[in-house]
Ligand binder design. Sequence first.
Ligand code: PLP
Length: 392
Amino acid sequence: MKITASNHIQRLRRGVFHDLLDKKRGLAAQGHALIDLSVGSPDQPPPDFVKEIIQHYSARDDAYGYTMGALPSFNQAVATFYRERHGVSLNLDTEVLQLIGSQDGLAHLATALINPGDIVLVPDPGYPIFEVGVHIAGGEPYAMPLRKENGFLPRLDEIPTEIADRAKMMVLNYPANPVTATADQTFLEEAVRFARRHNILLVQDFTYSELVFDGKQAVSLLSVPGAKEVAVEFNSLSKTFNMAGCRIGYMAGNAHVIKIMATMMSHTQYGIFLPIQKAAEKILIDGSSFIAQQRARYQSRRDALVTALADAGWNITKPPATMYVWAPLPPGWSSVDFTFRLMEQTGVIVTPGNAFGREGEGYVRITLVQTEETLREAAKRICTFLKTAHIR
Ligand SMILES: Cc1ncc(COP(=O)(O)O)c(C=O)c1O
């Protein structure tokens, strides 16, 4: 019997992360001292009170049934978080939907809204699920280049009118993975005007909403007047609160889109484990001081890495947000060649920029999920490599 993947799945190529993983396993088996700065999984735990709540509820016999979706108190906590941190008011019943992580939600949103042939405007470089979700749904991604000279914002005026008119969705992600940029109010207002003009749903991934440095704040798309008519925003507890393995996030905004998603998910999901929901709602309400610590930690790590690389002659602009450094390679290097040779020769693992799209060529993404000391050691190895390696 020959079983083949669906046409949509056949269009997906194997992600570079798996190639990196194979190589990493091989090098680890040979005893190399690896420093993994590739995957954006937080290295620190959530605060103790989160772990205590999970322990407390896990010990209860009545905690193991299906939750069938969000507890009302979870939606209430999301609304409190949005009001207090982003000045946005949300209707608990119609404008919030709990998700098993924003990744899962983003993948399902395309399935819920996109028909074969529909165009979706996606950032390039961008987090892979934006494009992959569209492929899975049978739609056509259209890349919006994010370039340094434009502050890594898409040039909406350069999108051809016939493409804009056929597009059903536009995905934005600010603060951005991998390019680390933030979007200001002016750009978000322009995006809302563009969406209204062309009848496009704006989908903003706000996963890094709190990891912003130098005393700045990220702007929620939902705070723009009129945005709820044309937009939904995804957020997550994974990065902000070091709860990536707990798999909990949510979307908020346009009530009609939330209803479509909720209908679909009522068939595909039976809700998140109760102890996780309880812990999540507590930290959404009481997480401000933890967020301040998180920002300070990543900011110090950013400074340690960028300074150590600059001392050795590799000057990289400090990222304003996220948990990444988006590093332009010295001229002549391809991002894949740099990544694999760096890994073989030094044990430092980064992600080649082209894993995030064509426009990522010439860059690598370095993740700040190690201590300052380890990041300095990584910088030392990288600099030795740059001095000794020859471009092929
Ligand atoms: C931009 C972006 N969105 C979503 C996710 C996934 O978040 P979650 O853990 O909520 O699924 C990530 C994880 O790296 C990300 O970088």
